[in-house]
Design a protein around this ligand. Structure first.
Ligand code: GCU
Length: 116
């Protein structure tokens, strides 16, 4: 199917806030997850995806793993909040939810890309 980029700040955000105070993001900003387990961003894609890439920053030295549609994905430190990295995840379906699994919450998330 078609690829495309879907900004986190335009997705459904539960226990997080769209911010723009760390440079290097795409779109108008990124999502700062609240520092709680269970905070999430959920994207409703126009069609089902089988592979996605999430762009993120984690300015700490502690991994912030997230559950992405059932897959536990590591989001290790990137060195600073303005240093962005990507993680690619195999998924199914068109609703993609990335949920923080530790009390630190998720990393800062810039966007989801569908890999066509
Ligand atoms: C800092 C940083 C935020 C980040 C937060 C965190 O406050 O400025 O962008 O989300 O740390 O640890 O989650």
């Amino acid at each position: 199917g078609p690829g495309g980029r879907f900004e986190a700040e335009n997705a459904t955000i539960s226990q997080g806030v769209a911010e723009s105070n760390h440079a290097g993001f795409s779109g108008t900003g990124f999502v700062n997850y609240n520092n709680v387990s269970g905070s999430y961003v959920e994207w409703a894609l126009p069609s089902a995806a089988s592979s996605i890439t999430i762009r993120y920053a984690n300015g700490t030295t502690t991994n912030r793993p997230m559950n992405v549609n059932g897959a536990l994905v590591d989001f290790p430190g990137t060195g600073s909040w303005t240093t962005w990295a990507t993680r690619t995840v195999a998924v199914s379906g068109s609703i993609i939810r990335a949920t923080a699994t530790t009390s630190a919450g998720g990393p800062n998330v810039d966007y989801l890309e569908v890999n066509s």
